[in-house]
Ligand binder design. Structure first.
Ligand SMILES: Nc1ncnc2c1ncn2[C@@H]1O[C@H](COP(=O)(O)OP(=O)(O)OP(=O)(O)O)[C@@H](O)[C@H]1O
Ligand SMILES: [Mg+2]
Length: 442
């Protein structure tokens, strides 16, 4: 039976390659977000101060395997005429480097320690170490996921690692550096690859969209950059998916649906209503978000993240957002709201939401649990914070916390009954303690 294949795909000369592979950096200058590593390695190569072994560590998808291959090419570069020395620049004009990039050069061996963990596998490598490279300058052994090697396999490596023949270099990559014995670590030059920050990821993804002739919303790309959590590969996989969904366009609504995210603006409406103590409004927004396919857990996690951003802004009004990668309108709204909230009330909201996340995860009805959290937030907004309480007690006035919160936030309405309008000294409610403290007994 003939399978029908769309003409657009039938006419394609080369098969589709996922973005992460298509845009794998081929030299140091193309690596993003790893400036310290690039600087050190470039200096080492230019001055010829090369270590016997390198250990590259970092979370998934930040460039460990990529860097290992770049080092292998840079050290073996011979140029188009076969006479040049090692380089830190592009290596595309060298036939040897092309063979390395295509993983078909016998002098550069890449081994996956996750599938070959035993001492015999290492012995196999060590047997070949004695022989000089066939064509390249260095024989390079790249051992990926090195933490998976067995104890015996590590021990078998030690001697060669300490004093390898001058034509041999080892490059190890791992996500779990703690599982690598110190004896091995002390024989390697270690590089910690960083999580890539949001603005850098955003710039990278935007340039890839341009190269792929895909129109992309700035906000959608920013969302993907945030969801990538510092991993370039995670971000590129998400971008691939978004491009497939949007059929040549990357739009905010689609990305939000894809990530199961609710609209951030709506999340802020929800948080603002709850912090004002406006239960009806907050439950209204919540119902609407759920109707639009929002996930209760994601909504509560979003509120938690917003509370964190508001607290940062409250603590450091200028530049408190750091590298959060927010769009300017949203950032302005956040900073206006943070100016109206007190730090204790933000801290209180954080505690309620943090506890709320696990409650939503374990509750039989996640949306019911999320509603309970919103109600709790709205009611907690009415309670005076300890400093305010002490001040009021000292002044000997009444504790009309609701009214005070409303003026703070410019509230338009309040559905919850005020519960703190209690004159001082009402028996059973407030028990003044000695000194500057007071306890609330509810
Ligand atoms: N620093 C970076 N700059 C540019 N692209 C990167 C970077 N890091 C990763 N990538 C992209 O992610 C892909 C995967 O990177 P790589 O295989 O090097 O990750 P890794 O750190 O080895 O991850 P893992 O721990 O999962 O093996 C690359 O093909 C490239 O497209
Ligand atoms: Mg890897």
């Amino acid at each position: 039976m003939d399978l029908w294949i769309p003409r657009k795909i039938r006419n394609r000369k080369t098969p589709y390659r996922v973005l992460a592979l298509k845009y794998r950096p081929q030299n140091f200058d193309e690596l993003i977000g790893q400036d310290a590593l690039v600087r050190t390695l470039k200096n080492a190569i230019e001055t010829g101060r090369l270590a016997n072994a390198y250990m590259l560590t970092g979370v998934r998808g930040v460039g460990k395997t990529t860097t290992a291959r770049i080092i292998a090419k840079a050290l073996n570069y011979k140029g188009p005429d076969g006479t040049s020395g090692p380089t830190t620049g592009p290596t595309d004009d060298c036939a040897l480097c092309q063979a390395i990039a295509q993983d078909r050069h016998p002098d550069v061996m890449e081994m996956d320690a996750a599938s070959r963990t035993g001492v015999d596998d290492i012995r196999e490598i060590l047997d070949g170490v004695r022989y000089a490279p066939s064509e390249a300058r260095y024989k390079i052994y790249i051992i990926d996921e090195v933490h998976m090697l067995s104890k015996n396999a590590f021990n078998a490596l030690l001697k060669t690692l300490e004093e390898p023949p001058p034509h041999v270099k080892f490059i190890f990559a791992t996500t779990e550096i703690r599982k690598v014995p110190v004896t091995v670590l002390s024989r390697c030059q270690r590089f910690d690859l960083r999580r890539v920050d949001i603005p850098t990821l955003q710039k990278h993804f935007t340039s890839i969209c341009e190269k792929e002739s895909v129109t992309a919303d700035e906000e959608a790309v920013s969302l993907i950059a945030r969801a990538a959590d510092g991993s370039v590969r995670d971000g590129l996989s998400l971008l691939d998916q978004a491009m497939a969904l949007g059929n040549g366009k990357v739009e905010i609504e689609q990305v939000q649906d894809m990530l199961g995210l609710s609209d951030r603006g709506r999340s802020l409406d929800l948080l603002e209503a709850a912090l004002k103590g406006d239960t009806a409004a907050s439950l209204g927004v919540f119902d609407e978000m759920i109707e639009r396919g929002g996930d209760p857990l994601t909504i509560i996690q979003d509120l938690l993240e917003l509370t964190h951003l508001l607290s940062r802004l409250r603590a450091v009004p200028d530049g408190g957002l750091g590298a959060a990668g927010l769009n300017p309108d949203f950032a302005t709204r956040l900073s206006e709201l943070s100016g109206k909230l007190s730090m204790p009330s933000l801290a209180k909201s954080w505690q309620i939401l943090l506890k709320g996340v696990s409650e939503v995860q374990t509750a039989p009805s996640p949306s019911g649990a999320a509603e309970m959290i919103l109600i709790r937030l709205a009611y907690a907004a009415d309670l005076p914070d300890p400093a305010e309480l002490i001040r009021k007690l000292k002044e000997g006035g009444s504790l009309d916390a609701t009214a005070q919160k409303k003026t703070e936030l410019g509230s338009a309405g309040h559905s919850a009954p005020p519960r703190c309008h209690v004159p001082l000294g009402t028996p059973g409610l407030y028990r003044p303690l000695t000194g500057n403290t007071a306890a609330i007994i509810l």
